[in-house]
Write a protein that binds this ligand. Structure first.
Ligand code: URA
Length: 237
């Protein structure tokens, strides 16, 4: 997308773009004092013990052939994730929708375009980060993933996290955040805090799809992104 279009898109989101992209990350200060660090338990283990491959190619093939839950019967294909395998930033959404199921890539619909712009707003390109989902198969009718489905899929995500070793994990939206952090807390209580997943900092931001619906929340999304950048800077070591 060219710069005028991008600026227009961000303005539509209610985001003020007043710094060059490269400078945006540099000007963020230390995290505000309201940061609370919470250590959360990992997801419960799936019913059968299972250790996915530590080799990327084999892991991707294992996911593609997975039959660990009923979603394998309705999916067109699995959605493993895309981006840099050495990424500092790992974005985790809820699960593939129709377009993702058709194309085998995460966040390729309207919400994907907005996610790309959110990533650009923090001074990064989509190829520099890794994007995946809590579950790798589309739930029928885009329903929320069931607990057994997330538990079955979690070893794959956990292996991806181990292999990437990102500096920060960004949970996209309520469902991803609640599933990853094993909580029923509303997103309003989860955002603006630094959580921990697998010993890595995790922050929660509004889901891009939600932003498409709710004009009032767009500004909060920008605050979330700034908070994520602050957290990244504080933890990059
Ligand atoms: N929403 C998600 O949570 N993930 C996708 O991949 C697409 C839309």
């Amino acid at each position: 997308m060219n710069t005028p279009n991008r600026l227009h898109y961000l303005q539509t989101m209610g985001i003020d773009v007043w710094l060059p992209r490269a400078a945006a990350v540099e000007t963020v200060e230390t995290p505000p004092s309201f940061v609370e660090t919470q250590t959360q338990p990992a997801l419960p283990p799936p019913s059968q013990s299972f250790t996915p491959s530590t080799d990327w190619q084999t892991l991707e093939a294992e996911v593609a052939a997975c039959t660990r839950c009923g979603l394998c019967e309705t999916r067109t294909q699995t959605v493993f994730g895309t981006g840099s395998r050495q990424a500092d930033w790992l974005f985790i959404g809820e699960g593939p929708g129709q377009h993702e199921d058709e194309q085998g890539k995460p966040f390729v619909g309207k919400a994907g375009t907005l996610l790309t712009e959110m990533i650009r707003a923090i001074g990064l390109d989509r190829e520099e980060v890794f994007i995946t989902n809590v579950i790798k198969c589309r739930p029928p009718g885009n329903r929320d993933p069931h607990t057994d489905e997330t538990a079955s899929c979690h070893p794959y995500l956990q292996q991806q996290i181990q292999l990437i070793q990102p500096k920060i994990i960004v949970a996209l939206g309520r469902i991803a955040a609640q599933k990853l952090l094993q909580t029923d807390m509303p997103i309003s209580k989860l955002r603006g805090k630094v959580h921990t997943l697998d010993n890595l900092p995790l922050v929660v931001v509004y889901h891009p799809a939600y932003l498409l619906r709710s004009l009032l929340e767009k500004r909060k999304a920008w605050e979330d992104l700034q908070f994520a950048v602050q957290t990244f800077k504080a933890n990059k070591g």
